[in-house]
Design a protein around this ligand. Structure first.
Ligand SMILES: Nc1nc2c(c(=O)[nH]1)N[C@H]1C(S)=C(S)[C@@H](COP(=O)(O)O)O[C@H]1N2
Ligand SMILES: [Mo]
Length: 320
């Protein structure tokens, strides 16, 4: 449930930089702002789009995916209370509370660069491009913890095909939201904002690469990247950008935020690799949240059968 206080609605009229509202989305926002004046009681009875979109709302018609692992799913409480989301906090327990009132509607994603059909799409229309799938993926953070999550979404390729990438396009760059008024971490220079990530075009088009808007059968909690994030299960967690507002097709390799911040520690590829240590720690083992002892980390996080061929002939120590 997410009923907005009038004070919150008023500040929603401040459009985050780089976020252009579609007419439909704008009208919907305005309608909700109007509804607020009717008072909380009545608003509570309206099936407002805010409500439909808020974390915890059940997603209908979810199909099971063959890409799922049957490993034990990490408890919801761990996945929602141990987060890396530096726009909110560098403390892993922080985002759950600090992202609670983050506004995920209206929300549009701008698709631009080397494509024949540039588009600005509303997140609700993106979610309707295909039926939602549940993909239970292992997800490994570069810091040495991992989770198994029943994400909900569909292959990113479904969206990317819509815009018809040009032959020159070799990479895809993802830019996430910049809104320091809502994101306390962006008022500090912990990282360069907005957070940017990138994939090679073939990685972005790979069927495992998930455009994600839900988990555990429900709309994504804000701290896990609502309304739209990536999940790239064979790469370290930081490649899976949260709160995406722009997707650009490029000829040159994008400069991802963590690579720019600490190039000797975080590369562009960031494929999970137990044989390539982080300069400050080993990557050979990991701890599953909710478990006590560590387990060995698998090459490509265990997705080698599906993705190893993307990197054949590449020196993975050099391209880490
Ligand atoms: N916009 C944004 N996306 C982000 C991050 C971030 O700080 N900002 N952190 C990344 C890192 S390091 C990890 S491990 C995962 C964590 O996702 P989770 O909190 O859903 O487990 O999100 C990634 N996506
Ligand atoms: Mo991470």
């Amino acid at each position: 449930m997410l009923i907005k206080k009038p004070a919150d609605i008023a500040s929603s009229e401040i459009t985050p930089r780089g976020l252009y509202l579609s007419r439909r989305a704008f009208l919907r926002g305005a309608a909700i702002a109007g509804a607020t004046t009717l008072g909380g009681g009545l608003l509570g009875k309206l099936a407002s789009p805010w409500e439909q979109a808020s974390a915890g709302t059940k997603i209908d018609g979810i199909q099971k995916s063959n890409f799922s692992t049957n490993e034990k799913i990490t408890p919801y409480k761990d996945v929602t209370h141990y987060n890396n989301y530096y726009e909110f906090s560098t403390d892993k327990e922080g985002p759950a509370g600090l992202a609670k009132n983050f506004r995920t509607r209206p929300w549009t994603v701008k698709i631009e660069g080397l494509v024949s059909k540039k588009k600005t799409l509303d997140v609700d229309s993106i979610m309707k491009l295909a039926s939602p799938e549940e993909r239970v993926y292992r997800h490994r953070c570069v810091e040495g913890w991992s989770i198994v999550v029943p994400w909900v979404g569909f292959s990113l390729s479904t969206l990317l095909k819509q815009v018809e990438p040009l032959g020159k396009a070799k990479f895809v760059e993802f830019t996430t939201v910049y809104d320091p008024s809502q994101m306390p971490g962006q008022r500090e220079r912990v990282l360069e904002w907005p957070y940017v990530e990138g994939l090679r075009l073939d990685e972005a088009m790979h069927p495992l690469t998930l455009l994600c808007f839900g988990m555990y059968g429900e709309v994504l909690p804000n701290q896990d990247g609502a309304p739209l994030r990536l999940v790239v299960p064979w790469k370290y967690g930081f490649k899976s950008a949260k709160a995406i507002v722009k997707i650009a097709f490029t000829e040159k390799q994008p400069i991802n935020t963590w690579n720019k911040a600490t190039p000797n520690e975080y590369g562009f590829y960031s494929n999970v690799n137990p044989n390539v240590d982080h300069p400050r720690w080993s990557q050979a083992r990991e701890r599953r949240l909710g478990e006590f002892s560590k387990r060995p980390t698998l090459m490509f996080n265990g997705y080698g059968d599906q993705v190893a061929s993307l990197y054949s002939g590449m020196d993975l120590k050099r391209y880490f």
